[in-house]
Design a protein around this ligand. Structure first.
Ligand code: ARG
Length: 403
């Protein structure tokens, strides 16, 4: 379900920052969406917000308490008086699900209705946010029977401030830059690891050290918190037929919980809203462990298998790639941790598209993120055409919190 969002398959792609003009399909007459996203304190921002509130609250799908026109009038009055408005828990929960359904980079959208929404807008201290993230991990992990969950923290205020979680996911492995230019751990997390160290965190220096969670509340310094070990389920990787594979000492965490995206619903922005689904095997097996700028394991696996790595046309990379992916799926199954393979998830995605079509809705899709990074042409999505229209509500990339 994306390095972002559910969401998605987490491959390196151009930033999805809405400020870069990727949102289309904004109704005519509505003020420039960037104004909503930056909450620029000029008069235009109020009208943009009001227009988005109108679109969201007048949508038949949105569950409002009582009379729709009345609800909208109250929201507009609140915007005029305070520069913002507060959504009900029902409006928020609905918006979270629709934002998932709308997210073009997520192949796991069949399950959008099953999202559990935890409304923690009341969390005002960094400790409370951290504790809610720990609760999130436990609820999502559910002893291996993973459940899609989102926890929503406070909305951005009219002055542009809001809570932020610095980590891109609730669980990430540290990457320690070595003086020789190499990295121990996940090279993708070198910057965050350095940021954690500059705040006083000290890691063990191993290849799979879970990073602390770094939380920054408006007007405060960032603070870090170590995740309790029993809140982070991990799977040790073994191969069904290759006994030596276990000696590589590979592992991965069970829950992919994106924590750095911004959720926008009816013009209201939630800059801290960790959400998770479950892994598609290839995210770990064909990207995290295989990319040359990540754990770069293909040469090691090929060596273990005795493949001829001297020439590309022996297809040693392809053979090793499949075996890592078999190990990932096998190990998660064996540990009782939910995961899905690329054949199943892409079939489910087509089912989702068809279901949406029957309801008269398009499925906005970013093909680059939906087609699997291995065995693409063996999956149905490879053979279909897709269009990507940005629609709201949605999840967006936002600039890293520490810059
Ligand atoms: N690709 C990211 C990772 O490997 C996770 C992105 C979200 N994935 C998901 N299945 N919800 O950690």
């Amino acid at each position: 379900m994306a390095e972002t969002a559910m969401p998605g398959a987490g491959r390196t792609a151009p930033p999805m920052c809405p400020a870069q003009g990727q949102r289309t399909e904004i109704a005519a007459g509505v003020t420039e969406p960037a104004a909503v996203l930056t909450n620029a304190p000029d008069p235009a921002s109020e009208s943009a917000l009001s227009a988005e509130a109108r679109r969201f609250l007048l949508d038949d799908e949105t569950p409002v308490d009582g009379d729709r026109a009345h609800r909208l009038a109250a929201a507009l009055a609140e915007i005029r008086a305070t520069g913002g408005y507060r959504q009900t828990t029902a409006e928020l929960a609905h918006g979270c699900k629709i934002a998932w359904r709308n997210h073009a980079r997520c192949v796991g959208r069949l399950h959008w209705k099953a999202l559990r929404v935890v409304d923690r807008r009341d969390a005002t201290s960094a400790e409370e946010v951290f504790a809610a993230c720990v609760d999130h991990l436990r609820l999502a992990t559910n002893h291996g029977r993973l459940q899609p969950v989102i926890t929503v923290f406070g909305q951005r205020s009219p002055d542009g401030s809001g809570p932020r979680i610095w980590n891109p996911q609730l669980v990430r492995y540290a990457g320690y830059a070595r003086p020789d230019g190499g990295v121990v751990g996940d090279p993708l997390q070198v910057d965050l690891t350095a940021a954690a160290r500059s705040l006083g965190w000290r890691g063990a220096g191993g290849p799979f050290d879970v990073l602390p969670l770094i939380v920054r509340m408006p007007g405060e310094e960032p603070r870090w918190f170590s995740l309790p070990e029993d809140a982070v389920l991990e799977v040790e990787l073994v191969h069904p037929d290759l006994p030596w594979f276990a000696e590589l000492g590979l592992r991965w965490h069970a829950v992919p919980a994106i924590s750095d995206m911004l959720l926008e619903i009816g013009g209201v922005e939630y800059p801290a809203c960790p959400f998770n689904g479950w892994y598609v095997g290839y995210e770990i097996g064909a990207r995290n462990l295989a990319d040359t700028d990540r754990y770069d394991m293909l040469p090691r696996v090929a060596a273990g298998m005795g493949l001829d790595t001297g020439r590309d046309d022996t297809l040693w990379k392809d053979v090793a790639l499949v075996e890592i992916n078999r190990a990932v799926l096998h190990s998660f199954h064996r540990a009782g941790v939910h995961i899905v393979d690329h054949h199943t998830v892409t079939r489910q995605f087509v089912t989702h598209e068809e279901r949406e079509e029957r309801r008269g809705r398009a499925t906005p899709t970013d093909r680059d993120w939906i087609v699997p990074p291995l065995s693409a042409s063996t999956t149905p999505v490879f053979h279909r055409t897709y269009t990507n229209t940005a629609v709201r509500p949605n999840y967006h990339r936002q600039p890293p919190a520490w810059t």
